[in-house]
Design a protein around this ligand. Sequence first.
Ligand SMILES: *Cc1c(COP(=O)(O)O)cnc(C)c1O
Length: 372
Amino acid sequence: MESVIPVNEPLLNGNEKQYLINCIETGWISSEGPYVTQFEECFSAKVNQKYGVAVSNGSVALETAVLALGIGKGDEVIMPTFTIISCAAAIIRAGAKPVLVDSDPETWNIDVNQIADKITAKTKAILVVHIYGLPVDLDPIIAIAAKNGLKIIEDAAQMHGQTYNQKPCGSFGDISVFSFYPNKLITTGEGGMIVTDNPELAAKCRSLRNLCFMPGKRFYHEELGFNFRMTNLQAALGLAQVERMDEFVKIKRNIGQKYHQLLHQEPGLQLPLPSTAYAANIYWVYGIMLTKEVEFNAVAAMKKLEILNVQTRPFFYPMHLQPVFRKMSLFQEERYPVAEKMAERGFYIPSGMAITDEQIDKVAARLKTILI
Ligand SMILES: *Cc1c(COP(=O)(O)O)cnc(C)c1O
């Protein structure tokens, strides 16, 4: 039987093995090992931020970032409804309230024109999330934030190596976060990083990551922290991966461009925009939306593809429709039609780093057969 074409497979054939062997041979496997600092320095330099704080995953990077900014009870943070739950969870766990905004139907990012209306006296920050491969249009958001005295938290978990007007994604937030989950552009298995230019914010994140141990007075705590530390083993992988970040970006762009070439004449599909005025798509994942001409939705399409040995993943399910938040009486009467349609009609196809040209051809051909 033919094997399944996986939705994602990472490439680990650089210095990963050598650095991991080094961890084992030297005995440095905890977060105290030297790769952690090296990875932090190397990665933060890549995204033009002075400080990097490596943590155990992208979700806790968000949580740490929100807390470091002092966001808490009574505060509001504006964010897109179309994103991963980690964004809303970080705000809610800090005691603050997420205020949602619908998406742009073409870029799939937060609709920049709908942000200003959501600002109240309680708003403290805007959490921008770059979705799938194209960055959020940041300039208008930076202007809104400056005018209203708001902080920007930039979730660049899907955007390693991408730029906005030639400047790296992850360099725009007062505090920005990344994830290194295996489907991300570079991976540490599990892992994340907070990056910032602000030394106080970086120190606060370091402290929160490490149980708020006090320097010189261990086991004495003035604040409550977490164990969100990254291990030397994860950082070893991370360092080997950052070394190849530029090469990985090229690979992702090639995958996306090949899919675009094969699929752009298909009537039933809305494809990712190849570029905008401020960026060329990095195609973190290759997402597609079924147009209204197609009589079935994403769930049905994904089932049909599964039978043809093509793995897929659904698009995000909007925050305002999440049962967990409805139970908390959040977002009760809110509707965001663009995000709802994206969830209903969108999914992504195999686009991991290790995919071959032959597999891309097969996926495109099989996708065409189910649309007929
Ligand atoms: C993956 C991802 C996260 C969460 O990262 P984890 O490492 O899986 O916890 C957060 N935000 C976005 C936009 C993501 O894509």
